[in-house]
Design a protein around this ligand. Structure first.
Ligand code: ADP
Length: 465
């Protein structure tokens, strides 16, 4: 049994912008069920939903270089794991989780200092497990031992990369602002092309690096997907592990989904038909149950391959399929989808915004789910789609490659509109054979990407350290 202290910028259901939060909501309880002692440190954002939080520490001093903050620590216990929220309004009361704030290095630098403070006063960790760039400085701070506490010398660090595209790179001047030694600022340390890179620090100084699918673990070691860190990751290859995320089936399953009017199961799919009709109506699309309904739920970001969808818009109109889109993010994609919906209102309907209930209703009501990502570290939406009998059409990359096969979905490799359109056409042809399609749905619904399996892998890794 290990004592594991995780550090993250988000965790569901408290504060979520993407799949990272889902992982931090589910993995700690899954590890706790296996007997590990797990705690999670994250900011207490003003926008976080933390019912029942209890104050467990009143004044934890956070010294970050020349900056002095005082934080209170609030606690919630969920599924046997403790979640500790660092309450420090000057840093975290910004109305949002991320916002490209000028002091982001301090916001997340301080989070790591808080984690070390918690480890000194409240929870003697055997392992610090940081998630993504916001936790990247942990091993840097531990190594520099600014807190002057020799008892951390045996403590191990794990960094999990949920998305290599976000690295937390800041101008070199932040080094002193963060209280780090200039001696760490070199290419074998945390310097990345003249910047300070939080994620690089995590990769360089952690005892193990994990990422969220086996295929992505290989891909990040290539120039195509390495974002400039592939050389370093190749050099550290023996410490890089791919552990596939699980899905939280308590939240995502059609048998019990509270957001779906008529629940359904692999045995009885009638409720799915009802969900489709509701979805079509809610999105103002023609209420035709016999017309295939495709769906996208996505952050609107370059990574997600959304430009491919726009490139085949006219073809989709000709194929007589409908497409509902839910997402928010970069304005160019919001405008792109809104324009498609204006030009072809019977084919495309878009809702710009973040809406969890709607995400559930779309997973339930759609026939097919599109994920043409340029890269996808793991991807959760396609795993949910499988469970809801919503056949995924995905690009064969990262976790999409590892979770969808030709018996449960459709895959394409080349990043081109033609390749996407070919895969969609194959799916639309297959859809016409109702019996075979139902069998395909049921094969997907029977897949089980459980957190227990993932937690067992993390547990093995902790032990190996
Ligand atoms: P990423 O972490 O890159 O955003 P994932 O597929 O791993 O992608 O996770 C996306 C998660 O966020 C899923 O749970 C999905 O339902 C949810 N999601 C994404 N966009 C929205 C939105 N606009 N409204 C509601 N949920 C969303």
């Amino acid at each position: 049994m290990s004592r594991v202290l995780m550090v993250t910028a988000e965790a569901a259901p408290f504060a979520k912008t993407g799949g990272l939060a889902d992982v931090l909501g589910a993995l700690p309880p899954a590890l706790a069920r296996l007997g590990e002692e797990v705690a999670v440190v994250m900011p207490r954002y003003d926008i976080a939903h933390i019912p029942g939080a209890e104050r467990v520490w009143n004044a934890l001093p956070l010294v970050v270089g020349p900056h002095r903050y005082t934080a209170a620590i609030d606690q919630v216990v969920m599924g046997g794991a403790r979640y500790w929220f660092v309450d420090c309004p000057p840093l975290y009361a910004r109305g949002q989780v991320y916002g490209n704030f000028a002091d982001d290095h301090l916001r997340f630098g301080a989070l790591n200092i808080a984690a070390i403070g918690i480890a000194r006063h409240m929870f003697r960790a055997d392992i610090f497990h940081g998630h993504d760039w916001p936790a990247g400085l942990l091993p840097a701070y531990l190594r520099e031992n600014l807190h002057g506490d020799p008892s951390f010398f045996g403590t191990k660090c794990v960094t999990t990369i949920h998305n290599l595209g976000y690295q937390g790179n800041f101008p070199a001047s932040v080094i002193s602002d963060l209280g780090l030694s200039p001696a760490s600022f070199h290419p074998e340390g945390l310097e990345f092309w003249g910047d300070v890179s939080f994620l690089k620090a995590g990769i360089v100084w952690s005892d193990a690096i994990t990422t969220v699918s086996p295929t992505y673990a290989r891909e990040i070691q290539t120039p195509e997907h390495g974002f400039g860190l592939d050389g370093l990751l190749r050099a550290r290859a023996s410490r890089v592990h791919g552990i596939l995320n699980g899905a939280d089936y308590d939240e995502w399953k059609p048998e019990t989904d509270a957001f779906v009017a008529r629940r359904y199961s692999a045995k009885n799919l009638t409720g799915k038909r009802a969900a489709k009709m509701t979805l079509l109506t809610n999105f103002g699309l023609p209420a035709n149950p016999d017309r295939p309904l495709l769906a996208v739920i996505s952050r609107f970001a370059h990574q997600k391959g959304l430009d491919l969808i726009a490139a085949i818009a006219k073809d989709l109109v000709e194929e007589d399929a409908a497409l509902v889109i839910l997402g928010e993010g970069e304005a160019r994609f919001e405008e792109m989808f809104q324009e498609m919906a204006r030009d072809f209102p019977d084919t495309f309907a878009v809702h710009v915004g973040y809406n969890n209930a709607m995400a559930h209703q779309i997973e339930a009501g759609a026939d097919m789910f599109l994920m043409p990502s340029r890269y996808e570290p793991c991807g959760l939406s396609q795993i949910y789609s499988l469970r809801y009998g919503t056949v995924p059409i995905v690009r064969a990359t990262g976790g999409l490659e590892d979770t969808v096969d030709e018996t449960t979905g459709f895959k394409f490799s080349e990043y081109t509109p033609t390749a996407l359109l070919d895969a969609i056409r194959q799916a639309l042809t297959a859809w016409k054979d109702k019996k075979a399609w139902r069998e395909r749905m049921r094969r997907g619904m029977a897949k089980d990407f459980s957190w227990t399996a993932a937690a067992v892998e993390y547990q093995k890794l902790y032990r190996s350290l």
